[in-house]
Design a protein. Sequence first.
Length: 290
Amino acid sequence: METITTFGTLYLCATPIGNLEDMTFRAVRILGEVDLIAAEDTRHTRKLLTHFDIHTPLTSYHEHNKFEKGPELIDMLLLGRNVVVVSDAGLPGIADPGSHLVELAIKAGITVTPLPGANAALSGLICSGLDTTKFTFVGFLPKTTKKRREVLADLVNNQTTLLFYESPHRLKATLTELLDVFGNRRAVAARELTKKFEEFIRDSLAGLKEHFQVQQPRGEFCLIIEGYDCSADVDKAAELAEQRSPYEVVLDLLEQGIDKKAAIKQAALTLGLAKREVYQAVLEAEKKVP
């Protein structure tokens, strides 16, 4: 007689980012029904389970043991046990080892399903007042200066809203670095989301830096920063061009390797003049050159 083996399901469960009422009814029910909960910090998660009177066994699963514990959890799932993965706060799998376990589960043919809920980055974004149509989640920046600078350099011309996580003790240094690399863009510091002292400071990077020089940072932060505005550079270039003669604009283009005919055409577009006017201005200027 053929035996049919049914694999278990791997659930990715969102947990509160502040307020315990961030939990969903479905998440509470499934946490109580599964065979095992894999937690980033079992002490932290045990408090949550106690609050909701959940008595499911806990095991530790975090960045430092994921390579040995991950296969063990997969073995359990292959035996038909159901497992929930939780992080300390928010959605697991985002900037934490849950993503590694998901990869293993998918390769093994195990069903992976979300238990949606709170997420700090998206919660901060929707209340920021900045563009929500396109955004890039960055999370925590690397610890070393070299790697941080590499990440930020890649983001300088990114036109989407940027989402960062930062701890209170690193916040002031990070704001200084962001201002140095990005310039003074609009920005929002969201702290203690869904908690009693939730706060949104909406300003510019320079304004935030000044604010936290006076006000000591407290709580976990989500930084939401305006993306690169290429139109501002175009407007600035046009403004600078208006301050120069047609001949100066053409000379700049020639120095960039553009041929004279194309340079005259480009200068005309930049200055809002007819090509004939620019051509005539260049001829007049060239006559005066000794």
